[in-house]
Design a protein around this ligand. Structure first.
Ligand SMILES: Cc1cc2nc3c(=O)[nH]c(=O)nc-3n(C[C@H](O)[C@H](O)[C@H](O)COP(=O)(O)O)c2cc1C
Length: 400
């Protein structure tokens, strides 16, 4: 998997920079074409000559240096890389990557590349635990980066704690799986629904819910990052369409059903993250309701909307549902999983999750023990859901 692949190895300025030479040597021995980029911090610890000798290739240190590969060296490196691995990744480099700063060769290459990114942080334990570092790591994971380590053990300070660079074996393993994983949904068609629905009462009023659409949009973005063709059926929301995603906007449950039915015709999977209104006003008035003197009450009669997840049941279609409940969450989710023939259901506390950026979800697969996730940003939960979906899809040659 690594043999003959072009790997960019970024080294930043931590005390573990010397260990990057061992990693570099292993990658070269595995047959990779390794382009090394050193940050200004790394240059305080280790010299380009070490990597130059190991890779037989130029080592990038300064975006202004004359490039040997082409006129725009960092862009060529970024576009040609099969993967980028940064080891060690300092707290400072993690922060710069999370912010998308491009003031050195490594930042530029990371920003200009769509290759999978593997980060091996190494630092003093308090630096690693600091909320700033943790927030940057969460942001990078949400964007699809893989983080390996840091490990527990003796640190350069002499103290023991979490902060040691992961072993070269663990970093190479993470790199291998990033190379496989990155294309894990290539050739697949995934339909995702997102947001709430608006059910009209009269020409100016509707009944809706507090769903923001963030979970479904995050799932669509995560599936697109893994190479799937993604069709997103979105209820009313202000959110921007994720890169590479085809979007259809709908308003009511019935419009969502029709658009989803069309979208799943040749799809491999349906992820139904939308919060669809169970009921709609029986009649949509063509004229605005006016209040008249003496009107103290308004009666509206509601009728059932179609159940999209139950209605769409095509053989071979993998269906993933969501259950947002205020009571008896797991029991209700498990019932929904069985009744609607789902491959998996994502159970969430309705009050904590709807309209929020974070979610505390439990992933329940038919016939498997539920996986309770800690509170995580929705982007990270979306990555976990897509991990499960990739595992649920039948092997490529057996796919419909
Ligand atoms: C002796 C020494 C050791 C350091 N070790 C680390 C380290 O292990 N991890 C880390 O995140 N920062 C470490 N730093 C701080 C970084 O070198 C500093 O934040 C620098 O700006 C990182 O820049 P870079 O990420 O662009 O390489 C160390 C600094 C010094 C002086």
């Amino acid at each position: 998997m690594i043999g003959n692949r072009r790997i960019v190895l970024g080294v930043s300025g931590g005390i573990a920079a010397y260990k990057a030479a061992e990693l570099c040597s292993r990658l070269v021995q595995a047959g990779a074409i390794v382009d090394v980029i050193l940050t200004a911090g790394a240059l305080r610890f280790i010299q380009p000559a070490t990597f130059n000798a190991l890779t037989h290739r130029p080592v990038a240190t300064d975006p202004w240096q004359p490039w040997t590969e082409s006129a725009a060296g960092h862009i060529a490196l970024a576009h040609n890389a099969a993967a980028i691995v940064i080891a060690p990744a300092t707290a400072h480099t993690l922060a710069r990557l999370a912010l998308g700063l491009a003031d050195d060769a490594l930042g530029l290459v990371c920003l200009a590349s769509q290759a999978p990114l593997v980060l091996a942080p190494a630092m003093e334990a308090n630096m690693w635990r600091h909320p700033a570092t943790q927030a940057h790591v969460a942001t990078l994971i949400a964007r699809g980066a893989r983080v390996v380590g840091p490990e527990q053990g003796r640190l350069a300070s002499g103290l023991s704690g979490e902060g040691r660079l992961a072993s070269p074996e663990a970093i190479v393993d993470a790199l291998q799986s990033a190379l496989v994983h990155n294309a894990s949904l290539a050739g697949r068609i995934i339909v995702v629904t997102a947001g709430g629905t608006h059910e009209p009462i009269d020409p100016v009023r509707f009944i809706g819910n507090r769903s923001s659409g963030r979970m479904g949009f995050a799932v669509a973005a995560a599936a697109a990052r893994r190479g799937a063709a993604v069709r997103l059926v979105a209820g009313p929301t202000q959110l921007a369409t994720p890169a590479g995603v085809e979007r259809v906007d709908v308003e009511t449950a019935r419009e969502m059903l029709a658009a989803t039915q069309t979208a799943v015709a040749d799809a491999d999977a349906l992820v139904m993250a939308a919060a669809v209104a169970d009921f709609r006003p029986e009649v949509e008035l063509t004229r605005k309701i006016k209040k008249r003197p003496g009107d103290e009450e308004l009666d509206l009669r509601f009728i059932r909307n179609p159940d999209i997840l139950a209605t769409i049941d095509r053989p071979g279609l993998i269906k993933i549902g969501f259950a947002a409940e205020t009571d008896d969450l797991i029991e209700n989710a498990e019932r929904k999983l069985r009744d609607k023939h789902l491959a998996m259901i994502v159970a969430n506390d309705a009050v904590a999750t709807i309209g929020s950026d974070a979610s505390q979800a439990t992933l329940i697969r038919a016939g498997a023990a539920p996986v309770a996730l800690p509170p995580l940003p929705k982007d990270v939960v979306a990555e976990r859901i897509i991990d499960q979906l990739a595992a649920l899809l039948p092997p490529r040659d057996a796919a419909p």
